[in-house]
Design a protein around this ligand. Sequence first.
Ligand code: NAD
Length: 362
Amino acid sequence: MTKKIAVLPGDGIGPEIVAQAVKVLDVLKADGLDIVMEEGAIGGAGYDAAGDPLPEATLKLARESDAVLLGAVGGPQYDKLDRPLRPERGLLRIRKELNLFANLRPALLYPELAEASSLKPEVVSGLDIMIVRELTGDVYFGQPRGIEVRATADGKTERVGFNTMIYAESEVRRVARVAFDIAMKRGKKLCSVEKANVLECSELWREVVLEVAKDYPEVELSHMYVDNAAMQLVKWPKQFDVIVTGNIFGDILSDQASMLSGSIGMLPSASLDEHNKGMYEPIHGSAPDIAGQDKANPLATILSVAMMLRYSFGDEANAQRVENAVKAVLAQGIRTVDIATAGCQIVSCSAMGDAVVAAMCG
Ligand code: NAD
């Protein structure tokens, strides 16, 4: 069955990096991958085209597609718009509208780039962790929330800010399943991160993860408190294979883990719904400081295509073909400026795309 991909370049370097990922998809298509691609506007580009950071036509396209490939959104020219019209709102809305509850963020360090990390090369070289972060629940969405004036014990008043940390067991179960499924495709090790020693919400999280574990006897499950996980991630990150955690803990830990690799232009991400339909995007933003100069690193976006092939299309062979091409290019010493090391060959964004295509076809 033909798979439809919604291609949403967005703003800043978005169109430049997405063009390189489309080159890769074109090669796969020419070699038999049954896909069609259709472009839509999102973010500032959506606002410019239709007065909305998520135009109706783009949402319709995303809904009827099997996967979405996104560049990045945002730019200083949009910073003064009313909040609902800002580019980032388009991104938040599309994630919510498509019910993308599982956010997959690999922290991966190619040995060739080990010097780019702030940690010692032997600690991070060859690092390959997958963090599965729940994306649509937790303290970010829990009710009640707000800031209000309350009475104090001594008869005065003061302002109080509050949010609610809440997870329904169905929410935990579905993201745990995604994480166990991914662990099965990788090293069969899953670490569930929470704070069950203090929080009831985490206590339930742990109970549900243990229930789901019964369906995955091959996966070695461990539990870790979030404070310890933060420590272990910088102490010996290679002890982890797959980590599953809630929205707020995952927000912090996935940023921490991704920075172990020291190169923002290298890291892809996926956000999946219940049926493995997903949105795939680099973790970085629209980099307005280098937009239009053909010097952005397109590898995070190209690696997002590999994730799309693996997680939405179940096409492991083509996923590996793309990832192996990226590895080959790095091994040849070809670099965009953000990952440049001594003695390497510095190339433009489009030349990096061409190099990956050449490695795929070589
Ligand atoms: P950013 O990720 O865009 O840039 C941070 C730094 O990293 C910049 O120096 C940039 O040049 C560099 N960089 C980022 N991607 C790169 C790449 N592929 N190759 C080489 N260098 C790269 O973050 P920011 O500067 O904080 O934000 C810029 C805009 O992007 C803002 O409008 C922000 O809201 C938006 N943003 C969007 C997303 C998204 O679309 N998912 C994520 C984060 C930020």
